[in-house]
Design a protein around this ligand. Structure first.
Ligand code: UDP
Length: 365
C-alpha cells in the first residue's frame, strides 16, 4: 500500500512526488505515455533536444520556484524573443519600440505612444473581449497584423468571443526590448526538461504506459490517496458534458542545413498560413549542430482521443468547470492538480507553485 498514487508525471505530479518522498511518504507515479515529463518532455534528435509537445521556455518572477527548479537543473541564458512573420513582413515581439518602428516608422517612444493613443480611441468602454482589449492596448494596426490571425488560429474562435485575459500575458513596452516575458528569471534547463524531471523523480517508482482511468478501481486500491493530474472531465467520465480544449499537432522535420529561421520561434500571424508557428529547437540551446530540427505547429479543436493542451477558459467552460470542481471536492481522497486537473491556462512556474502549495498543505501533518 502506497501513501500516494500520483497520476501523471508532468511538473505537477513530479513536484508532488518529490515532496512526498522527501516527507517520508511512499509514492507510486503512473504515467499513461511511455515517457515521463508530460508536455515538457524533450527528446534528442540529431543531438538536439526537441520540445516534443511544443516550446517550453521557463520563466518566473517567483524566487521560491526559481530556487526550487534550479535544484534539479542548471538553466542557460535563453531569452524568448519570438519573431512575427505577417505575410513575409517581419516584426519583433512582444510589442516594443522595434515593433512600432517597423509598423509606423516612428522613432521615439513619444511618437509611438501618440500613434497608439490615436488608435485606441475607438474603444470607448471597458474592453469586453480579446479584440477590444488588444485594440485598447496597442491599437488596430498591431491588432490586425500581429494578433488577430495568430489568436484566431490558436484558439479557433473569433477574438470577439475570447476572454481578454489571454492577451494580458503579452507585454507592451516603449523601450527597445524584445524579451517576450516580464520575468526576473528565465532559461532552458541544460540537458533538457526530461532530465530535469528525471531528477525530480529520482528514487521514486514510476510505471510508464499505465492508463489510470482504465484501471481505476485496481489502482485506487493500492494507495491511501490519489493525486490526479489528468483532465478533470475525463475523471468523471464526462458526466456533465465535455470541457473544451485546444489541441496542437506538430510536423517535425530534420533539415540538412545548420540554420532554417535564425530564431527559436517564428509566429505566423496572418490568417492564411495554416500553422501558428515554427519552432527551430536548436536555438533554445544555442546549438552548433550541422543539421537542424524544426516543428510546424498546427492548432485544432480537441476531440476525444486527442491530447488536450490548452483549456478554453471562456465563460461557458469556466462555468462547467466549477460544476466539475464541486464533484472533485466530494472525492475526499483525491487531489486534482495541474493544467488539466484544474482546467487552467497555467505556465510552468505557476504549476510548480501550485504543486508546492498543495504538497505543503497536504504533507505538513
Ligand atoms: N499572441 C498574439 N500574437 C503573437 C503571440 C501571441 O496575438 O504573435 C497572443 C494570442 O492572443 C495568444 C496569446 O498571446 O493566444 C498567448 O500566446 P503565446 O504564444 O504566448 O501562448 P503559448 O502557446 O506560448 O502559451
Amino acid at each position: 500500500m502506497y501513501d500516494y498514487l500520483i497520476v501523471g508525471s508532468g511538473l505537477y505530479g513530479a513536484v508532488f512526488a518529490h515532496e512526498a518522498k522527501k516527507a517520508g511518504k511512499s509514492v507510486l507515479v503512473i504515467e499513461k505515455r511511455n515517457n515521463i515529463g508530460g508536455n515538457v518532455y524533450t527528446e534528442k534528435i540529431e543531438d538536439i533536444n526537441v520540445h516534443k509537445y511544443g516550446a517550453h521556455i521557463f520563466h518566473t518572477n517567483n524566487k521560491k520556484v526559481w530556487k526550487y527548479v534550479t535544484q534539479f537543473a542548471e538553466f542557460n541564458r535563453f531569452t524568448n524573443s519570438p519573431v512575427a512573420n505577417y505575410n513575409g513582413e517581419i516584426y519583433s515581439l512582444p510589442f516594443n519600440m522595434y515593433t512600432f518602428n517597423k509598423m509606423w516608422g516612428v522613432v521615439t517612444p513619444e511618437e509611438a505612444a501618440a500613434k497608439i493613443e490615436e488608435q485606441r480611441k475607438e474603444i470607448k468602454d471597458k474592453p469586453r473581449n480579446l479584440e477590444e482589449q488588444a485594440i485598447s492596448l496597442v491599437g488596430r494596426d498591431i491588432y490586425e497584423k500581429l494578433i488577430k490571425g495568430y489568436t484566431e488560429k490558436q484558439w479557433g474562435r473569433s477574438c470577439t468571443e475570447l476572454p481578454a485575459f489571454i492577451i494580458n500575458r503579452l507585454p507592451v513596452r516603449f523601450t527597445f526590448d524584445n524579451n517576450y516575458f516580464n520575468a526576473l528569471y528565465q532559461g532552458i534547463p541544460i540537458g533538457g526538461y526530461t532530465e530535469m524531471v528525471e531528477n525530480m523523480l529520482d528514487g521514486i517508482e514510476v510505471r510508464l504506459g499505465v492508463d489510470y482511468l482504465e484501471n481505476k478501481n485496481e489502482l485506487d486500491n493500492c494507495a491511501e490517496k490519489v493525486v490526479y493530474t489528468g483532465a478533470i472531465d475525463a475523471y468523471f467520465n464526462y458526466r456533465l458534458g465535455a470541457l473544451e480544449y485546444r489541441s496542437v499537432r506538430f510536423e517535425t522535420e530534420v533539415l540538412d542545413i545548420p540554420n532554417f529561421q535564425g530564431n527559436a520561434a517564428v509566429n505566423y500571424t496572418d490568417k492564411d498560413t495554416p500553422w501558428t508557428r515554427i519552432i527551430e529547437h536548436k536555438w533554445f540551446e544555442f546549438g552548433k549542430q550541422s543539421k537542424t530540427v524544426i516543428s510546424r505547429e498546427y492548432s485544432s479543436e480537441w476531440k476525444l482521443g486527442d491530447e488536450p493542451y490548452y483549456p478554453v477558459n471562456d465563460e461557458k467552460n469556466n462555468a462547467l468547470y466549477s460544476e466539475y470542481k464541486k464533484l472533485a471536492a466530494a472525492e475526499k481522497n483525491v487531489i486534482f492538480g495541474g493544467r488539466l486537473g484544474e482546467y487552467k491556462y497555467y505556465d510552468m512556474d505557476a504549476v510548480i507553485a501550485s504543486s508546492l502549495i498543495m504538497s505543503e498543505k497536504e504533507l505538513k501533518a
